[in-house]
Every structure is written in structure tokens, then in C-alpha cells.
Design a protein around this ligand. Sequence first.
Ligand SMILES: [Zn+2]
Length: 235
Amino acid sequence: MERFSIRDAPPIGTKVVTVVVGTEPELEDFTVHEELLRRSSDFFNAALNNDWAEAGERLIRLPTGQPASFYIYVQWLYSARLFSKGTLSQATSSTAGNNQEWTSLIQCYFLANYLQDVDFKDTLMDALMQWTAEVPQLNRNATVVSAKEIYDNTEDGSPLRKFFVDLSVWKVEGSVWENEEGATLPYDFLRAVTIGLSRRLQPGQTLQDVIDEKNGTCHYHAHGNNPCYKSKSPR
Ligand SMILES: [Zn+2]
């Protein structure tokens, strides 16, 4: 068990808020320390900054969020661990388990993007890169979270878009595109993949250059000039 100084313990304060996530029938309440949320997420910091309109009711609704993703987020806030592997991951090499975790990580990234939580985004990105190194190819089931969904839930220049384009150029089975309805693929995505494929045809470049060398770096991180979550201690 790794031990840390009490001074590095994340401040959690004494106030709690209720976050209501999702819509019926998938609706769940979460009780979370306010300070923990505000320190990590610009969205919560802004939302909880106002004087409360309804005195006494410390409640925030996230109707577009998924309870399953928010649960992973709350666990990460308190423990700095990512509980992203699902129930199917008993057999760690199983395709179903891999696909389940892919979907979970991508959905969590959408949540992190919405909450403007840079450290959570970058933690998830590192997990996605690890995941990529562990699976042989992205197949149809793994990419059910499609390019369209990724482009709908992120903004121009998003690290997740860049990452997904690189994966599409290097690691997606051809059958994925054969089964994709062309009209659903965003133009910006098709353009980026076309450019990536033409670069791939140039000699001397391998997947090693493009993805594996970025593993462990900040290439796909969202923090910019701010410190990386990895340099913050202990979470
Ligand atoms: Zn970084």
C-alpha cells in the first residue's frame, strides 16, 4: 500500500451536493462532496458558484448524463482509480469485455468533456491508449460508439477526435467501414482519415511511430500548458 503525506490529501470540505443524473427510467442520485466536484470540474465550479436560488436545496441535474458513467466519475474523484472494466471483463482477453470497456471509456470521456474536467479527460485518454495496446484490432462491436457520436459529443480539435482518427487510420478492420452508412460519417472525420491514410502510404512510417510512441506522453491530453494530472500528487 502506497502511503502519502496528510498534506497531499485532496480537500473534500464538509458540504455535499446531490447530482441527479440521466432521465427516467435511467435516473440516479449521487451525493458528492461539493469541494471535490468544484476543484476538478469547471462545469460544477461555475454551477455551484451562484448563490443558491432555492435555499437548502443543493441539487444539480445532469439529464444528458449516463448514471453508469457518472458512477465511474465519482469513484475516480474519491480514489483516483478508474473502475472502467465492466462485468464482462472476467475473461480479460474476451472481445466482449474489451468492447464493453471501450464503450464505457468513450461514454466517460463525453461526460468529462461536458463537465470540463481536464484531469478526468486525460486519465481516460491514457486508459484508452492502454486499451488500444491490449486489443489486436478495433472491430465492428468495439466501434459501436461511432465516429458520428464522437464528433457530436466533442468540439473541433478535441484530443478524442485526433485519437479516433489515428485509430481509424491504423487499427480498424475494413469491415467496419463496409458496414457503416456513408451518410452518418462526419465530413471532418472522413477528411482527417483520408489525410491520415495518404500519410500512412508514405514509406518509413509505422503504427509504432504514430500511436505507440505517444503512449505515456501528453500528445492526446487536453491540459495544454497547465500541469498534467500525472504531476499532481497524489491524485
Ligand atoms: Zn499530460
